[in-house]
Design a protein around this ligand. Structure first.
Ligand code: HEM
Length: 342
């Protein structure tokens, strides 16, 4: 398999999630920055190897054909909005994602700053979130987040494309959603009730046993299986974020998968429900305010990008008005109206 981007990065305690849209005419600059990404990352992170600065770039469906000629990743499409009975997974603008992680926020911040300086007005920043790890890897709801992620070879098998799309082997689909929590409502619940919403115990972080696991818990609805009963897995690296002054408390959800369908099935379970559950109860306390899907190609793809698409021909040259229709072609012959039926 071609070398992937650092999707399975070592545990980080800080992250910057930068989502940008590409301005018309900004394509060449964005291509240059994608190719220079490893050099930019080295320039910021090389002097601090223990702090493990990494950056993954993901590219969205709407911009792919503006940046590159040739085939596209088989599963790449825009984020599919979901409107459930009570809750909505919104789709929001986003052409390129930079997922920057480290053990130090200053390194993440510096790389984000250099990226934005290089990108200049070739892009507009659609969303920027600075995330942090909180206590023992807990989210702001107080639960340990990430425990059931696959590790080792299972993680690689869950996230990297392979023979099913050989041209894009070593890539990964990545979904992001920014959630805002209603902490007042959450904290009004007893710990036992919170545990039934998540599906795990709060202090001990163990899964509730069958019989005590509600069908509408977050864990139950995100346990999805394939046709042979095998569990379909993804790798998540959510980060809390917030602002105490503004009363903003959030979880930035990020999930990587070998094909987007598995993330979408989880999302459908959460928002549209899976019988007998109407929806994931975590959504009564968490509102999705963004939603984007990207493909993070293998590292070698960024190093040696496909050619840029041919510039569109000017309209006048692209659609010449026929001077005189060939006799008997059935055309109305608009263009001098020569030969038009009377
Ligand atoms: C599990 C939090 C959104 C997929 C969990 C767990 C927590 C959690 C605390 C249990 C521990 C573990 O990580 O295994 C959150 C929060 C979210 C959120 C606070 C946003 C408000 C999502 C979304 C997806 C997702 C949008 C998928 C599209 C999963 C999966 C598991 C999980 C697959 C593991 C289930 C299992 O096999 O036990 N999440 N999550 N989560 N979550 Fe989320």
């Amino acid at each position: 398999m071609p070398e992937p981007q650092p999707v399975l990065a070592p545990p980080a305690t800080a992250a910057v999630f930068l989502v940008v849209t590409v301005a018309p005419g900004g394509e060449d600059t964005v291509r240059d920055v994608l190719t220079d990404l490893p050099a930019l990352q080295r320039a910021v992170g090389f002097g601090a190897p223990d702090d493990r600065l990494t950056c993954v770039a993901g590219i969205g469906a709407a911009v792919w054909g503006r940046l590159f000629q040739g085939p596209r990743p088989a599963g790449l499409h825009p984020f599919r909005e979901l409107a459930g009975e009570r809750h909505r997974a919104v789709a929001t603008p986003g052409d390129v994602l930079f997922h920057i992680r480290s053990r130090r926020m200053d390194l993440c911040f510096e790389l984000a700053r250099r990226l934005c300086t290089r990108l200049g007005d070739s892009v507009a920043v659609a969303d920027e979130v600075h995330g942090f790890k909180y206590y023992d890897m807990r989210d702001l709801l107080g639960f340990v987040d990430g425990t059931e992620n696959p590790v080792g070879q299972a993680a690689g098998a869950a996230v990297f494309t392979g023979a099913e799309d050989p041209r894009f082997a070593g890539g990964s689909y990545v979904m992001v959603q920014k959630y805002l929590h209603d902490l007042d409502a959450w904290e009004a619940l007893s710990t036992e009730e919170q545990e039934r919403v998540i599906g795990r115990t709060k202090l001990g972080n163990t899964e509730l046993p069958e019989g005590r696991q509600p069908g509408d818990s977050h864990v139950a609805l995100n346990t999805v299986t394939g046709p042979d009963g095998e569990e379909r897995e993804v790798v998540r690296d959510n980060m809390p974020f917030g602002s105490v002054g503004e009363g903003e408390f959030g979880t930035y959800f990020i999930g990587y998968a070998r094909e987007p369908g598995v993330l979408e099935e989880m999302l459908e379970n959460m928002f549209l429900g899976r019988a007998p559950a109407a929806y994931d109860r975590i959504l009564d306390f968490s509102t999705a305010v963004t939603g984007c899907l990207f493909f993070a190609p293998a590292a070698g793809f960024l190093d040696d990008l496909p050619d840029r698409p041919a510039a569109p021909r000017p309209a006048a040259a692209a659609d010449p008005v026929p001077d005189a229709p060939a006799a008997g072609d059935g055309s109305l012959g608009i263009g001098g109206l020569k030969g038009a039926p009377v």
